[in-house]
Design a binder for this molecule. Structure first.
Ligand SMILES: NC(=O)C1=CN([C@@H]2O[C@H](COP(=O)(O)OP(=O)(O)OC[C@H]3O[C@@H](n4cnc5c(N)ncnc54)[C@H](O)[C@@H]3O)[C@@H](O)[C@H]2O)C=CC1
Ligand SMILES: O=C(O)[C@@H]1CCC=N1
Length: 267
């Protein structure tokens, strides 16, 4: 079966490797990785049994697919020999902001390039990833992309112009949700609960609400309204959220992240 080479061995690469091994899509002997100037590749290899390659040539020797998982700012300083070493291979980039045209400068002889945006819930198979390809994918390459990204959870296709917005919503989104969870926990504590009780109530409320929303055919607003008794407690809380312009804050949050993704495309 096709071997997969990871350039970058950090959080997201680890999540994909763990998912590939857990799903049985690849064995450890079919995966290799290379990190930068740190011990992430050695750590990933010792945790999972995959190979930590001593260099780029060894990494790509016999590999069919390259998963690019370093930081976007590191793309420009990658070894220029990649252009030849990646000839004929399928490249899957998860770099925020880096567009297919830019990736094609680093991988001019790749057989195809896919730009994807996963998210950290992929660490437990609960992620969602959106992707776009430079050229239509062959059936065989589609199967590889489905196996690699499917190892993280759900997968959707989008047009490449939408990927900056995807990055701002679902790529960065877990960061907003964790911040909200922390705020909810702290607010519960401020309201008089022990911290650990507040934490558990916040986590279970987020989890249960997300599951109910996913299982429901109703919009979020309809489920919100089911919670909200006339002039009751939720109404009082939502009035305060509205006066603080919560929706505008969230919109500006996502637009700021999208703007940063667009900026990253220009580095
Ligand atoms: N963390 C997140 O929530 C998400 C991150 N991403 C994207 O995934 C990519 C990786 O992010 P993380 O895993 O969070 O970062 P990380 O900091 O955990 O890992 C970065 C990896 O790149 C390696 N590296 C650095 N320079 C290198 C070089 N010259 N050659 C090979 N490897 C090199 C590092 O050694 C490390 O293994 C980024 O491009 C990010 O935009 C995408 C979706 C979500
Ligand atoms: O913050 C970042 O740049 C990356 C991309 C999406 C989530 N984390």
């Amino acid at each position: 079966m096709n071997k997969i080479a990871f350039i970058g061995a950090g959080r997201m690469a680890s999540a994909i490797v763990n998912g590939l091994l857990a799903s049985g899509a690849r064995t450890a002997s079919q995966i290799a990785c290379l990190g930068g100037d740190d011990n992430t590749a050695a750590n990933l290899a010792s945790r999972t049994g995959i190979t930590a390659a001593p260099g780029l040539a060894a990494l790509l020797d016999g590999a069919d697919t390259i998963v690019l998982a370093c930081k976007p700012q590191q793309l420009a300083s990658l070894d220029p020999r990649l252009a030849d070493l990646a000839a004929g291979k399928l490249v899957l980039s998860i770099l925020a902001g880096k567009r297919l045209d830019r990736l094609a400068q680093t991988f001019p002889r790749a057989r195809n390039i896919v730009r994807a945006m996963p998210n950290t819930p992929g660490q437990i198979g609960a992620g969602i990833t959106a992707w776009a390809a430079r050229a239509p994918l062959s059936d065989a390459d589609r199967a590889i992309i489905d196996a690699v990204l499917g190892a993280l959870g759900r997968v959707v296709t989008v047009g490449e112009p939408q990927l900056d917005a995807v990055t701002a919503l679902s790529g960065s989104g877990p960061g907003y949700i964790f911040e909200f969870a922390a705020a909810l926990r702290d607010a519960g504590e401020a309201a008089g609960l022990p911290r650990e009780t507040a934490r558990q109530l916040a986590v279970e409320t987020l989890l249960g609400s997300a599951r109910l929303l996913a299982a429901s055919e109703s919009e979020a607003e309809a489920l919100r309204d089911q919670v909200t008794s006339p002039n009751g407690t939720t109404y009082a809380g939502l009035q305060r959220m509205g006066s603080g312009n919560f929706r505008r804050l969230i919109k500006e949050t996502v637009l700021a992240a999208k703007h940063r993704s667009e900026e990253l495309s220009k580095d």
